[in-house]
Design a protein around this ligand. Structure first.
Ligand code: FE2
Ligand code: FE2
Length: 157
């Protein structure tokens, strides 16, 4: 296994997540709220599972190895995960309301809120890509990286 495999595998999941979010947003552009809801539910399930894998397997190990002394401490990742989960649940409520009663003002409001989420996701992605996973790639031997990948509940689809 190459050193970057843990990072590549985990970061590859982010790309899959953004493709689903894109599908959700294109459904919003079509004002197809039923499809937007389905894509958002898919996104929620996968995003939450990925964040949970990181919270269960990756971040505790990062903390043990001294990650909290870096400028990307564990609490930043946890705080961002919580914010993302809050955003996605809010979006589901908003899409359900649009499905009930279409309204362009509400649609634009949703897109504005989703832009904030995308900005948060962008920063979170960079922090994991440039700090969390490179740190772990340095500190963990190959077999531990492989075991971590093996223990994940979410491996993409
Ligand atoms: Fe991640
Ligand atoms: Fe994360």
């Amino acid at each position: 296994m190459r050193d970057q495999d843990l990072r590549d595998a985990m970061m590859g999941l982010h790309d899959g997540l953004s493709r689903i979010f894109f599908a959700h947003q294109t459904a919003l552009l079509d004002r197809d709220y039923a499809r937007a809801e389905i894509e958002l539910a898919r996104y929620r399930e996968r995003l939450f599972a990925h964040a949970q894998d990181e919270e269960r397997l990756v971040l505790p190990r990062y903390r043990e190895l001294g990650g909290d002394s870096s400028d990307a401490p564990t609490r930043l990742f946890l705080g961002e995960h919580d914010k993302m989960r809050g955003f996605v649940d809010e979006f589901l409520t908003r899409v359900a309301a649009l499905l009930e009663r279409p309204d362009d003002r509400m649609l634009l409001e949703l897109l504005d809120r989703e832009a904030m989420h995308k900005n948060l996701v962008l920063h979170h992605d960079l922090r994991e890509r440039n700090a969390l996973y490179p740190f772990l790639a340095e500190q963990l031997d190959r077999s531990e990286q492989a075991a971590m990948l093996e223990a994940r509940a979410f491996r993409g689809d």
